[in-house]
Design a protein around this ligand. Structure first.
Ligand SMILES: Nc1ncnc2c1ncn2[C@@H]1O[C@H](COP(=O)(O)OP(=O)(O)OP(=O)(O)O)[C@@H](O)[C@H]1O
Ligand SMILES: [Mg+2]
Length: 324
């Protein structure tokens, strides 16, 4: 593999008809070999940003897209050497697995023997060697997504772009394929941009996460920093549950897993158990701490019993409280 490239967006905006702004002028630097995740709610501009990087979409006049020191703003997708993986697979139903993977290579007019070798290597990489002759219509969702990943990689792209590739899969399969994609991205060292609205997927795959809201990036940082040092209340709330606590020293935020329940005496806050939900690997308990205030959410061991109506004390290590 040749060395990975860096991507730079400079003042990239996108306004659709009737002055609807999908993206405010955006500056974004993606480092060579990095996996950057674009995370945010529906309609925040993730796909639009990805499409501008790919060349499927043009940004408004004045914006620029750079791949290393090459200005690619005016180049269409087929000249940018990017591979794309979509939620809906976008496979050709009348072609079998190997033919789908080979498709782009045939268009590039590679010699047939090279194509065969490369398709074989790609199918091995995504663990589908035994499926080469299978119709893609006779595959599970997870297998289809592996084919589309193999097809994207076969052309040896400089950049891999993913748009919610796991959104259509069930939870177990999603976890497995997420692991596999993560391993693959690490091995390949390719520059990748990955769009999702699932915060766990973002945490697991991103070297950095850009949290988007209403056409802007609210914060861009490593997953741990996004989670533990969110820059805005929106980011704090979007990447997981968060409590806002009124303490004598001021207003603080705290994650549910950083609060412990115990005796009332000597605790940071006191309250009454409202209800609890058993989640298998953990348990979430809601505690009312003051009239008119949102109940505090606490994640604790599923084996503990916290009966409704019980008076409890809340505890948190000072280092786990943060302000925004
Ligand atoms: N072709 C278009 N014409 C008009 N508006 C558009 C077009 N494409 C996107 N938009 C609007 O731009 C905004 C951003 O859309 P985008 O597809 O980038 O969102 P997204 O973050 O990918 O959302 P989702 O998670 O639902 O896929 C939305 O308000 C959307 O309605
Ligand atoms: Mg989208």
């Amino acid at each position: 593999m040749t060395h990975p490239i860096g991507i730079r967006l400079h003042q990239c905006a996108r306004t659709f008809a009737r002055q609807q702004t999908a993206l405010h002028p955006l500056d974004l630097q993606i480092e060579p070999g990095e996996t950057l995740v674009l995370l945010g709610p529906s309609g925040c501009g993730k796909t639009t940003t990805l499409r501008i990087i790919s060349g499927l979409e043009r940004c408004d006049a004045g914006g620029e897209v750079w791949f290393d020191d090459r200005n690619v703003t005016a180049l269409p997708i087929e000249k940018r050497n990017v591979g794309m993986v979509f939620q809906n697979y976008a496979l050709f139903p009348h072609l079998n697995v190997a033919q789908n993977v080979a498709y782009g290579l045939r268009i590039q007019r590679l010699p047939e023997s090279d194509i065969r070798l490369r398709v074989k290597a790609m199918l091995k990489m995504v663990d589908l060697s035994d499926f080469a002759d299978r119709s893609v219509q006779a595959l599970s969702g997870g297998q289809k997504q592996r084919v589309s990943l193999a097809r994207a990689l076969a052309a040896r792209p400089k950049v891999l772009l993913f748009d919610e590739p796991l959104a259509a899969l069930d939870a177990k399969l999603r976890d497995k394929l997420r692991e596999d994609i993560g391993t693959l991205l690490e091995q390949l060292g390719i520059t990748a941009v990955y769009v999702t609205h699932d915060q766990q997927e973002a945490m697991a795959l991103g070297d950095r996460i850009a949290v988007m809201n209403k056409g802007r990036i609210e914060q861009i940082a490593a997953p741990r920093d996004i989670y533990h040092q969110p820059a805005t209340p929106f980011v704090a709330d979007f990447v997981g549950a968060v409590n806002r606590l009124s303490l004598p020293a001021g207003e603080f935020y705290c994650r549910p897993e950083d609060i412990h329940l115990g005796h009332v005496h000597g605790s940071m806050l006191q309250g009454t158990v409202l209800h609890s939900t058993f989640l298998g690997q953990s348990q979430r308990v809601w505690v009312a701490v003051a009239p008119g205030k949102a109940a505090v959410q606490i994640d604790c061991s599923p084996r503990q019993q916290w009966p409704v109506g019980e008076q409890v004390g809340l505890y948190a290590a000072p280092g786990n409280l943060f302000q925004i």
